[in-house]
Design a protein. Structure first.
Length: 288
């Protein structure tokens, strides 16, 4: 999976997202475009678009949705500090891949909503219906979902929705069925301890589970590396230690399930995670 999956396209001409603190809003109002160019270096956690990510093997997408202030069209956008592409365009791009690859399955995790009223949620639900239709798998028990089941039903999309709206729509899986504990640290060692503890504590059944192999910059980190950005200052330096942790994992009920990262093309992240699946064949008794 990819963290902030849509952030390959962040529009520097857009206003600052409504979830950003006042300090950031003030910084941009004073420094304008220069401030946004610097912000982009820290807010863009991916460089590949949806099609490229899918082609490389990504199947879980972390999606954050926002309205734009004073937008007469009431359009919905992907957002992470600044606004990214329109949601409709992103969903259609993913659907084009699914149409060409009928046995592939994706997880769409709508986990943050900013500036959204009831009618915005209704608009998003309708957009999902119009785009994916019967490709969406209705919410059932997580341990009942197998590729064989999905292929038989011709389902290719599982939509997770972290809002009470999910309880009203059959094809929306409640957000609690896709927990994603967040370490919120810049220290690779602390991150690995957190990831290990999270797996130990995860519920054995009833939900999917995300291990976020992601380091989060503090304000001081950003100030020190303001011109270089997230990838160079943090992700690339920590990559060897994080990949070592991934390589030693086992999939299954008591192990890893979905693993997400920034800049998924770095190193051999994707191929390493895919290889973990082969361990399932070696221990069928301990798998879901």
């Amino acid at each position: 999976g990819s963290h902030d999956s849509f952030s390959f396209y962040i529009d520097e001409a857009s206003p600052v997202g409504p979830e950003q603190p006042e300090t950031v809003q003030n910084f941009v109002s004073v420094f304008g475009t220069v401030a946004k160019k610097l912000m982009r270096k820290w807010l863009a956690t991916q460089t590949m678009n949806f099609t490229s990510q899918l082609g490389a093997g990504i199947r879980y997408f972390d999606l954050r949705i926002s309205t734009k202030p004073r937008d007469p069209d009431n359009e919905l956008y992907f957002a992470h500090g600044l606004f990214s592409a329109k949601v409709k365009e992103g969903l259609e791009e993913i659907n084009s891949f699914l149409a060409e690859h009928p046995k592939e399955v994706v997880f769409l995790d709508f986990n943050h909503f900013y500036g959204m009223q009831k009618y915005h949620h209704e608009k998003l639900v309708q957009m999902l219906k119009d785009t994916y239709g019967n490709k969406m798998c209705p919410a059932i028990f997580a341990h009942e979902v197998s590729l064989q089941y999905l292929w038989e039903k011709e389902h290719q999309v599982l939509v997770f929705y972290h809002s009470p709206v999910a309880l009203e729509v059959p094809f929306l899986w409640p957000g609690q069925m896709m927990p994603a504990p967040w370490a919120n640290t810049t220290d690779p060692e602390k991150l690995i301890q957190f990831l290990q503890a999270s797996i130990t504590e995860r519920r054995k059944k009833g939900s999917f589970f995300i291990s976020q192999v992601v380091l989060t910059p503090k304000a001081s980190t950003v100030v020190k590396g303001v011109a270089s950005g997230l990838r160079e200052t943090i992700t690339e330096r920590a990559l060897p230690a994080m990949m070592q942790w991934v390589r030693t994992q086992k999939p299954g009920e008591s192990g890893v399930n979905i693993i997400t990262a920034d800049f998924v093309e770095l190193g051999d992240f994707i191929s390493t995670v895919i290889k973990l699946n082969y361990a399932l064949d070696e221990g069928e008794d301990d798998t879901t």
